[in-house]
Design a protein around this ligand. Structure first.
Ligand SMILES: [Zn+2]
Length: 212
């Protein structure tokens, strides 16, 4: 079941690899179907090599309904996010280096680019450390994400969310671009120009109508 959506998960995986947000089989991609099932990438497989039959289907309690592969090690954390964020239909977890680097030196990536406001809706919080494959990763995400579309996981990576895979993908890609820009500026000065609250609201508003 859900062959088309499984294909979209694989294509999204190939994209996060292409954008340099993971190495080899790192991270995971998942999405929620309108009927409530969660589609998940398997553990430890290279995205380019995945086929539809490798994608798992789980229910909201994490019980595997379809698929023979071992589900992502972060399944408990992902299920926690879907259970506690009813509007979220897609979650992408990456190990993107620049955003993760910001998490080593700050508690938040300030909103310094219009594209960050567009795609993530503002500044991005750094969650306290939680070990991989632990439900705590999901709990910290839900606790810290607020009305934004991404969080940075300290010493680990990023979780982005969206109403669909496209929105979650935009969030982690533009977060990485903003993190790279922020670190380049921070290498020169600690005096970083940030967007004002009004400018952020305008940028969020513009993107709400973008492409419509
Ligand atoms: Zn991870």
């Amino acid at each position: 079941m859900f062959e088309q959506e499984k294909r979209k998960i694989i294509e999204t995986g190939i994209k996060i690899d292409r954008y340099g947000l993971i190495a080899l089989s790192g991270g995971n991609i998942s999405c929620r179907m309108p009927t409530g099932e969660i589609l998940l990438t398997p553990s430890g497989m290279i995205y380019e090599e995945l086929t539809e039959k490798d994608i798992l289907v789980a229910d909201i309690n994490g019980k595997i309904l379809e698929g023979k592969r071992r589900p992502s090690v972060d399944t408990l954390a992902l299920i926690y996010i879907y259970s506690n964020m009813p509007k979220v239909n897609a979650v992408i977890h990456t190990h993107q280096p620049y955003a993760t680097a910001v998490g080593l030196i700050a508690d938040e990536l300030p909103c310094i680019l219009t594209t960050l406001a567009n795609a993530v809706k503002g500044s991005v919080k750094v969650c306290p450390f939680s070990s991989a494959a632990n439900i705590q990763m999901g709990k910290e995400t839900v606790k810290n994400i607020g009305d934004k579309l991404a969080v940075i996981l300290k010493n680990h990576g990023v979780i982005s969310v969206g109403i669909d895979l496209k929105q979650a993908l935009c969030a982690c890609v533009y977060l990485e671009e903003a993190a790279k820009t922020y670190l380049a500026a921070r290498a020169v000065t600690a005096d970083i120009a940030q967007l004002t609250e009004k400018q952020i609201i305008e940028a969020v508003e513009v993107f709400n109508h973008y492409g419509q």
